[in-house]
Design a protein around this ligand. Structure first.
Ligand code: S3P
Length: 167
C-alpha cells in the first residue's frame, strides 16, 4: 500500500501511543494524528461524555469513521484509541497497514494508569478490569499488528527506537 499512515499505533490505554507517536513523528519529520483527538474535535465533547451520553457502541461507530478518514488522508504517524480494535470494521480498515502493537502487562498497566477514572472503562476495580480488558483484546491487537513492541521497563524514547528498528 503506497499511501496512508507511515505507522499506526495500537495498544491499551497507557501503553504510550500518544507519547511514542509524537516522538516517532518528530524523528520521521512527519505529522502526528490521533483518532481520539479527531473525535473530540468533530463532536465538540469529551470521549467520557460520549460514552455516558450515547454509549460505547455509538463511540465505536464514531471511532470507525475517524479511523476510515485518517487512514485515507494521513501520511504520518497515527495513534488509535485503546479499544479501536474491538470493532470488526475498524480492524478491516487496518489490513495491510504498518500497524505496531505497543504491548504492556497488567501490572504495568495498573502502575501506569491505576485508578484514572477519566478513562471511562476503568471506573471500578481497576486491576480486575485491566485483566479482563487485556484478555479480551490481546488477540485483537496481535491480529491487526505487523509487529509487537513491548513497552514494560522501557522509556518512550526506547520504545520509539524499538518501533523504528522493528519496521
Ligand atoms: C478506550 C481508550 C481511550 C479512548 C476511550 C476508550 C478503550 O483511548 O478511545 O476512552 O476502550 O480502551 P486511549 O487508549 O488513547 O486512552
Amino acid at each position: 500500500m503506497s499511501t496512508g499512515p507511515l505507522i499506526v499505533l495500537v495498544g491499551p490505554m497507557g501503553s504510550g501511543k500518544s507519547t511514542v507517536g509524537a516522538l516517532l513523528a518528530e524523528r520521521l519529520g512527519a505529522p502526528y494524528r490521533d483518532t481520539d483527538a479527531d473525535i473530540v474535535a468533530a463532536e465538540g465533547r469529551e470521549i467520557s461524555d460520549i460514552f455516558v451520553e450515547d454509549g460505547e457502541e455509538h463511540f465505536r461507530a464514531l471511532e470507525r469513521a475517524a479511523v476510515r478518514a485518517a487512514v485515507a488522508e494521513h501520511t504520518g504517524v497515527l495513534a488509535l484509541g485503546g479499544g479501536a480494535v474491538l470493532d470488526a470494521g475498524t480492524r478491516e480498515l487496518l489490513a495491510g497497514r504498518p500497524v505496531v502493537y505497543l504491548s504492556m502487562d497488567v501490572e504495568e498497566a495498573v502502575r501506569r494508569v491505576g485508578l484514572n477514572t477519566a478513562r471511562p472503562l476503568l471506573a471500578v476495580n481497576p486491576r480486575r478490569q485491566w485483566r479482563e480488558l487485556m484478555e479480551a483484546r490481546r488477540h485483537l491487537y496481535t491480529e491487526v499488528a505487523r509487529v509487537v513492541v513491548a513497552t514494560d521497563d522501557r522509556t518512550p524514547e526506547e520504545v520509539a527506537e524499538a518501533v523504528l528498528d522493528a519496521l
